[in-house]
Design a protein around this ligand. Structure first.
Ligand SMILES: Cc1cc2nc3c(=O)[nH]c(=O)nc-3n(C[C@H](O)[C@H](O)[C@H](O)COP(=O)(O)O)c2cc1C
Length: 184
């Protein structure tokens, strides 16, 4: 698969099952994704891999964070079980005289997209999921995030189920979004 094919055919996959890539494979893909453009080469992010029973701990934290009716709590509890691997995306902005925080956030998103493409190229399915509870103290405590770090969501990763579950996306007409500044 070349780059154009990878970018054009990647889709978020909602329905994922076992297996998921092993830690070694994830790390080698992250090594490649870390080549994404990054002003100052700050790599202002880190990833926490969550599998198996650890997903239940995340589910419990999500349920406590949701703190609503039992229905709402149970739905929140089940969400992390929708894929065998959750890659927690943690933003770690740094004070830098030339690289403001927004640029560091852009670099982090570029890395995550590169990782999604690499997973897709290997046949894995993935979807970046956020949700209301990302900043909840219950989740921050579980992931042991210091105050200067921020959870940007989870990349749910696994094997795409045959039934798909891919988010459909209509073709985009970008012609109105691209303009040319005429010279003087
Ligand atoms: C920062 C970010 C957060 C997202 N959060 C969610 C989410 O919480 N739930 C969800 O179903 N999809 C989420 N998505 C995936 C988008 O819905 C998906 O990328 C979009 O529908 C386009 O589909 P595609 O990725 O297949 O092109 C998120 C994507 C990004 C970039």
């Amino acid at each position: 698969m070349n780059v154009t094919q990878a970018i054009s055919t990647r889709r978020s996959v909602k329905r994922l099952t076992d297996p998921a890539p092993a830690d070694d494979e994830v790390i080698s893909l992250v090594e490649a994704a870390a080549n994404a453009p990054d002003h100052g080469l700050l790599r202002p992010w880190r990833l926490i891999l969550i599998r198996g029973g650890a997903r239940h701990a995340v589910g419990d934290a999500c349920a406590r964070a949701a703190a609503g009716t039992s229905d709402v709590e149970e739905r929140a509890r089940a969400k992390p079980l929708r894929a065998p691997l959750l890659v927690s995306i943690v933003f770690c902005p740094q004070q830098h005289e030339k690289v403001p925080e927004w640029e560091q956030l852009a670099a982090t998103a570029a890395m995550v997209h590169a990782l999604e493409l690499l997973l897709h190229d290997r046949g894995w399915g993935a979807i970046w999921r956020t949700g209301a509870g990302l900043d909840a103290p219950q989740i921050r405590r579980l992931l042991e995030l210091p105050v200067e770090e921020r959870l940007l969501g989870w990349l749910y990763v696994g094997t795409p189920l045959p039934a798909g579950g891919r988010v459909s996306r209509p073709a985009i007409d970008v012609s109105a979004k691209v303009s040319v500044l005429s010279g003087a």
